[in-house]
Design a protein around this ligand. Structure first.
Ligand SMILES: [Fe+2]
Ligand SMILES: [Fe+2]
Length: 310
């Protein structure tokens, strides 16, 4: 028989009301909420060291300051998610500074190094657009009040990040010559990596608990379609080629999905389709930058603590 708490929870959810505290949740909802927040916090946090490497190669002081401003935003976004987790009983410092690199839950794309300014421009246009779609969906649907309100700030800033990426991509494409060729070469590896960002296709996995609890509103494939519908037309409008096209209402990829990726060479082999199990193995092993990025902020923290104790 359902407990009184369960009945109250079911009613809140059914009415579309917001949940404001742990006393209104079931243990299953708390678990699912925490999982969603960890993925969000880890993704925001890891984007900071990922973007910093490329920001150091900014073509001007002005561009460098924009890169730093975006990194500062990302750290604040991470703090929103971790702070909510702390209120739900976790410890923010342990979550960030004591965890093993492989236990961080963020998209594989960030494990492939961003080594140049054009790569950062594309990351802002593609990765931040992915974040905008995922978080926009959560912001609209979210049944947990504190996070729904926190996401107002996040959405405004993600919009600024992706606009910055688009502006720079357009500027580089308009320059033509070798600059445009380099942009295209980077789009060639970063586009399929962002298509993967949205996870397993719906026929492999429908994360129905998150949908049921209103911790997301769209399925992985619906979110992927949304992303494609914004990115493909934009790239085409600035003369950058992407391997996807529109058929009726749908966006269709022009390559086998999934297929193999060589992270060291930043190269996809469209002639070598693979299984989703192969992709899951690559994701679990993590990519070249995982250990270094986590070590960067965890070592700084240890040094800071040691200095405080002296
Ligand atoms: Fe962010
Ligand atoms: Fe962002």
């Amino acid at each position: 028989m359902a407990t009184a708490n369960q009945v109250r929870f079911d009613n809140l959810l059914k009415k579309g009301d917001l949940i404001e505290s742990t006393s209104e949740m079931t243990p299953e909802y708390l678990k699912e909420l925490k999982h969603t927040l960890i993925v969000s916090g880890d993704t925001e946090l890891i984007s900071a060291p990922a973007y910093y490497m490329a920001t150091k190669r900014a073509p001007s002081v002005n561009a460098f300051m924009t890169g730093i401003a975006i990194i500062q935003d990302e750290l604040a976004h991470a703090h929103i998610a971790y702070h909510i987790l702390e209120e739900l009983g976790d410890d923010e410092e342990t979550l960030i500074f004591e965890r093993d690199p492989k236990s961080f839950r963020y998209p594989y794309a960030f494990d492939v190094p961003l080594e140049s300014w054009p790569e950062l421009a594309i990351a802002n246009a593609f990765y931040d657009q992915a974040g905008f779609c995922l978080l926009g969906d959560i912001h609209e649907q979210c049944s947990y009040g504190p996070w729904k309100r926190g996401l107002v700030k996040v959405m405004a800033e993600e919009n600024f990040h992706l606009r910055n990426g688009r502006t720079w991509m357009k500027r580089i494409a308009a320059a033509g010559g070798e600059a445009k060729d380099e942009l295209q070469r980077n789009v060639d590896w970063m586009f399929p990596l962002t298509v993967e960002w949205f996870g397993l296709p719906d026929d492999r996995k429908m994360h129905s608990t998150q949908l049921e609890y209103r911790l997301k509103g769209k399925t992985n494939d619906q979110l992927r379609q949304w992303w494609l519908s914004t990115v493909v037309p934009y790239c085409e409008s600035i003369g950058v080629k992407v391997p996807a096209h529109q058929e009726g209402e749908n966006w269709v990829l022009d390559y086998p999905f999934p297929c193999t990726f060589d992270a060291a060479e930043k190269r996809w082999d469209f002639k070598d389709p693979c299984s989703w199990d192969d992709v899951l193995v690559r994701w679990r092993e993590r990519g070249p930058r995982n250990v270094q990025m986590v070590a960067d902020f965890q070592e700084s923290y240890r040094k800071l603590r040691a200095a405080r104790q002296q």
